[in-house]
Design a protein around this ligand. Sequence first.
Ligand code: ZN
Length: 247
Amino acid sequence: MIFDALLLDRLRSANNVVFFTGAGASIESGIPTFRGGKDSFWVDFDVETFATLDGFLNNPKQVWQWYAQRRLQIQGLQPNLGHQVMARWQAKASKVTVITQNIDNLHQRAGSQAVLELHGNIAQYKCVRHHPVTTSVDLTVSEPPLCPQCGTLIRPNVVWFHEALPASTLNLAEIASFESDVFVSIGCSMDVQPAASLPYLASQCGAYVLQINPESTDLDEYAHCNLRGKSGEVMPKLWEAVWGECL
Ligand SMILES: [Zn+2]
């Protein structure tokens, strides 16, 4: 794979790099994209039931158990080479921010620090009034326990449909995009707002925008460079080309 010399220069000299990941970054770990179809992961997934607050309040036990199963499934999967390269990049370069739309916790398991999770984390919990679960609550039970602070149901800490993104996280993601010298969009379908606006914000503020995706997206014509391929294949080669060392 031959990389554009300008891209390599910009990555080597960047003071601020953003890696922005979507569902495509986790496919190689075994987590299919939502649009990917009817495999075991998304089978019987009904958006209104499993991805809205009303669905949870109407079927708390069913939704709780569905998320518990998905959480266990994800725990049995491993971060892929793409996640590993991003974690290593964070350790090597001056400032690297990882922003993700994924809820699978795989960046952290690969070693990334301070990941900005726009859609929450399936391994974390909060109550329906958004108190984070920090005290000892038995989460292994078959139906949602009650919040020790307010007595409402405890739910997964993921962003459901009709819910706003966590404001402070989105704010930090916007600042990181604004300040970035190179913004790398990886496996993002670019059709979920407001997250999809981040590469445009970065570009308007002078960043070089690189997109890594096997498929074309709305970002294609806007990105300075498009690399067609999977994260776990492209990222190790990019690492080697930029840093001159093997993984
Ligand atoms: Zn509460």
